[in-house]
Design a binder for this molecule. Structure first.
Ligand code: ATP
Ligand code: FE2
Length: 328
């Protein structure tokens, strides 16, 4: 049972194919990088449209499967940037229609989490989903993901990207900040630490970090202090959610999960609660088509394909609004 998945919520046009066991036969992508500033939604959409055919052809070649062997077409239905989402939806509808096979509408956040759960071989973990657009601490409970804590303003990855831009670093900023932080001498400068109940806020931290930089503090020092503060905030919420849920596994996913220092902190928190910790493999921390294909497979097995009339994009589709029909 082969399923093809299309990812197009933001910067990445990704196509993946998985087999009936969830194994990835191919994962190909074209990534839009803005020439300056943040992602421009229309430019991202134009990029995806331009590269769609080439990425699809490459995926089919790499997987060495003809299109007519595919049994389901999955796409990121939301959340995401509307113009970019529309491209993926159009490709998916066209393929499913032409091949007369089921169309599967996937929630991008659930896809990140389920792919991480698959790779980490976690049964029912506490999940830290930390990306460019999302910062959520969540677990699956009776048919829905329940969010224990999330950002009240901007996402962790977005905050890192905005700081990086201010510092003259190119998008995406997270990896560059990580490198610079590693080069610092460990001279921590105090920055605002904002945890409200179980939720987080990063905009005060961003403003203060920019101010520190403008006062002439070394960029390496600011990057280090920014990471230490932001990741400690996340670790605190993870710790409290872990104490409350008593889950035995913690996993991290989303682009920021690629950060080694973050992983180190979450590892400490998990082991203090006798829980295991694992992150999604680096290659799959960011957006990719294989996670959409895998989530599509889960939906196909649960007989949850959608008719064309229900395939409109859902730019604000929240993680905790998604019915999860599969067992853990
Ligand atoms: P979402 O999943 O919420 O739609 P997205 O698709 O933009 O968001 P991802 O592709 O999962 O997010 O992640 C991109 C983010 O991850 C960017 O903000 C980027 O700076 C950040 N990131 C990537 N690598 C690292 C790293 N090594 N350290 C910190 N942040 C990183
Ligand atoms: Fe993502």
């Amino acid at each position: 049972m082969l399923v093809l998945g299309i990812e197009s919520t933001a910067h990445t046009l990704g196509i993946g194919i998985v087999n009936g066991e969830g194994q990835i036969l191919t994962e190909t992508r074209a990534v839009y990088t803005p020439s300056e500033g943040g992602i421009h939604p229309r430019e991202a959409a134009e990029h995806h449209q331009k590269h769609a055919l080439a990425v699809l052809q490459r995926a089919l070649e790499e997987a060495q499967v003809p299109l007519d062997k595919i049994k389901g077409i999955a796409f990121s239905q939301g959340p995401g940037l509307p113009p970019a989402l529309r491209i993926g939806a159009v490709i998916a509808r066209s393929l499913a229609g032409a091949l007369k096979i089921p169309l599967l509408g996937v929630n991008h956040c659930v896809a990140h989490i389920e792919q991480a759960r698959y790779f980490c071989q976690a049964k029912n973990p506490l999940v830290a989903y930390l990306s460019g657009g999302n910062t959520q601490i969540t677990t699956l409970e009776t048919g829905r993901y329940r969010i224990f804590g999330e950002t009240l303003d901007i996402a962790l990855g977005n905050m890192l990207d905005m700081f990086a831009r201010e510092a003259g670093l190119h998008h995406p900023g997270g990896p560059k900040i990580e490198k610079l932080a590693q080069q610092s001498t460990g001279d921590y400068q105090e920055l605002p630490y904002t945890v409200k109940g179980m939720d987080l806020a990063f905009s005060g931290l961003l403003t203060a970090a920019k101010r520190l930089l403008s006062k002439g503090t070394r960029l390496e020092t600011v990057c280090y202090s920014l990471q230490e503060t932001a990741f400690a905030m996340v670790a605190e919420v993870v710790e409290r959610a872990l104490a409350h849920t008593r889950r035995e596994e913690v996993i991290a996913t989303g682009g920021v999960a690629a950060n080694a220092r973050l992983g180190e902190m979450l590892q400490i928190v998990a082991s203090e609660h006798s829980a295991s910790f694992d992150s999604v493999p680096l290659q799959y921390a960011g957006d990719n088509g294989a996670m959409i294909a895998y989530n599509g497979l889960l939906l196909l097995k649960a007989r949850k394909s959608i008719p064309l009339s229900e395939s409109t994009i859902l730019p604000k589709w929240r993680l905790d609004q998604v019915d999860i029909p599969w067992e853990v």
